[in-house]
Design a protein. Structure first.
Length: 245
């Protein structure tokens, strides 16, 4: 009897302590779950903020993030070569599929010696080479695409850049190419013709990537009627080797 009485007394004495422990544990759990809830709410708030900023609209049943600079947080583009800007110039006129510009590098050397000049032959079709607004003078992205007789008015760009490796995409897109030229010779049209691009000697040894592409008046690759058409663009690899000593 004495033992039972002592056990009951010990149990009654420990009960308040157990209650306090349970309350402390419950409070800790609330803090933890409250913290998780807070993080979840912050995450959702961030997502809603992004959605509010993009102001997605519906076109043809598709969610479109933007179709103008309205609502953009970036400064307006001013025609000069600047990034982190929003271009408000309309895309302009799109040719029919049969009139889309095409381009091919018809001839180029496979190997050239260091500092040896060479020629690239470029053929284009459905491109009138009479529009080139100088980017350095504020003509970058300021003119909508314009057609003449259903054909794009524009020019050809040709550039060569040295590749440090050929297994992954270049990691320095901001690098200035070894060579760059725009061809606006007032020629071209519906029929195919060929222009000769004179490239001065390249000093850097290794693999050289030379590319040519059509551009409209504002330096964009011409738009196409369908998404599955190939743009007017071509590229070749040329090896630059040491010259004769």
């Amino acid at each position: 009897m004495r033992r039972s009485a002592s056990r009951r007394a010990a149990s009654q004495a420990a009960a308040p302590q157990n209650r306090r422990r349970r309350l402390i544990g419950a409070a800790g759990a609330l803090v933890v779950f409250g913290g998780i809830a807070g993080i979840t709410q912050i995450s959702r708030a961030d997502e809603s903020d992004v959605s509010a900023q993009t102001k997605a609209i519906s076109i043809n049943g598709l969610e479109v993030l933007a179709n103008s600079c309205e609502g953009s947080q970036l400064e307006g583009h001013d025609g000069f070569q600047k990034g982190d800007r929003c271009v408000s110039t309309a895309f302009g006129e799109v040719p029919a599929a049969a009139n889309d510009p095409t381009l091919l590098i018809a001839q180029a050397p496979r190997v050239v010696r260091q500092n040896q000049a060479f020629t690239i032959q470029v053929s284009s079709r459905n491109l009138i080479r009479d529009r080139f607004l100088a980017a350095g003078k504020g003509g970058y992205y300021v003119e909508s695409s314009v057609l003449q007789g259903g054909i794009v008015r524009g020019h050809i760009h040709t550039a060569c850049r040295s590749l440090s490796q050929t297994r992954t995409a270049p990691g320095n897109p901001e690098a200035v190419p070894e060579f760059f030229v725009a061809t606006e010779d007032q020629k071209g049209g519906r029929d195919a013709d060929v222009v000769s691009i004179q490239v001065p000697g390249i000093a850097t040894l290794g693999t050289l990537q030379c590319s040519s592409w059509a551009g409209d008046g504002s330096h964009r690759i011409p738009m196409m009627e369908r998404a599955n058409q190939t743009p007017a663009f071509d590229s070749v690899r040329i090896q630059v080797v040491r010259g004769r000593g």
